[in-house]
Ligand binder design. Structure first.
Ligand code: SF4
Length: 321
């Protein structure tokens, strides 16, 4: 894992302890699981340690979250006399300033600073009372950039969450590139045209809303339209794609082959899609067959669809049944 940035790959933030840096309170690292490791090939990783970033040093006194369900403070475990909450929260904006190109962030399970969710909460007497919090830095990062995809190393063990996270990170990278190039209503419509089937696979109502939004593109200030679009777009991709929703998209795509592929081969493709719908084979199987047909009967619109390859195949996120 490396902090070296090249523009070729999307840039992903990661908790520094997960990236092999000895920054935990006790001077240790945290071993990343295989799924976190595998993302190191698909993204440029840029690591941050909020606790080091606010000058806590290493080794340091550990902290934990103290308070009620409505609000907690990040206090030192030993005495509860040192409060790091505001500094840790403010560091989220620092990270976004240091790395405006971030397209996602891998948080650290269970950490009072970097945990995505279910972080332990303690009462004033030091007893653990619930696991119902986000880490202070993680929560502030979500508030500072609500579009930024966030997950932690534990949640990335779930294949569906992992696939969703990577899909959104690549899409957000693409969106940021579009904005950096200079946005226009025309470019926005072209962008969404490439994402239609991917959005449909995640959230049909979102797909419809985005279509309506862009139909009126010329009637609204571009900045306002782009902000609404980005929010709906990333929100739609955050919905979990299902066997059913993917099947729907596969059948739509197969419809483009009506004139170019013989009925017998189309039937074979339909059978594969049906097997996929029943959970008997992974998505990659009917998709490979579709790609094979579109290679023989090219269709520029389908080739442009991000659904066909939303992230590098090497991640094998579509290979699981
Ligand atoms: S969990 Fe976050 S604050 Fe703690 S050592 Fe890792 S990167 Fe630093």
């Amino acid at each position: 894992m490396t902090d070296e940035i090249t523009p070729a790959k999307p840039v992903m933030g990661i908790g520094a302890c997960l990236a092999g840096k000895a920054v935990r309170y006790n001077g240790q690292t945290k071993s990343p699981n295989d799924h976190v490791r595998s993302l190191g090939d698909a993204f440029q990783l840029r690591s941050f340690c909020p606790e080091m970033g606010i000058g806590m040093g290493v080794p340091r006194a550990p902290i934990h979250l103290v308070g009620g369900p409505e609000g907690v403070r990040a206090l030192d475990v030993e005495t509860h006399s040192r409060d790091y909450t505001d500094q840790l929260a403010a560091y989220a904006s620092t990270v976004l300033e240091l790395a405006p190109e971030l397209c996602g962030y891998i948080l650290v399970k269970g950490s009072p600073s970097c945990g995505y969710d279910r972080v332990k909460r303690y009462a004033g007497n030091g007893y653990g009372v619930a696991s119902d919090q986000q880490g202070v830095f993680a929560a502030a990062l979500g508030r500072a950039d609500p579009l930024l995809p966030l997950e932690d190393d534990g949640r990335l063990n779930d294949p569906g969450l992992r696939e969703s996270f990577v899909t959104r990170a690549y899409a957000y990278h693409d969106w940021k590139r579009l904005c950096a190039d200079g946005l226009s209503a025309h470019k926005l419509i072209g962008f969404y045209s490439r994402y239609k089937y991917l959005v449909m696979a995640h959230h049909v109502p979102g797909y419809q809303t985005l279509g309506r939004m862009l139909a009126d593109a010329g009637k609204r200030p571009l900045d306002e339209l782009a902000a609404d679009f980005a929010s709906e777009f990333m929100g739609s991709l955050a919905q979990r794609a299902t066997l059913r929703s993917h099947t729907n998209v596969l059948f739509h795509l197969a419809g483009y082959l009506k004139r170019s592929v013989p009925a017998q081969e189309r039937q074979r493709l339909k059978d594969l899609i049906e097997q996929y719908r029943l959970g008997q084979i992974p998505l990659v199987v009917p998709l490979t067959m579709l790609k094979h047909h579109f290679a023989n009967s090219p269709n520029a619109y389908i080739e442009s669809q991000v659904f066909m390859a939303p992230y590098p195949d090497e991640l094998k996120l579509r290979n699981l049944v």
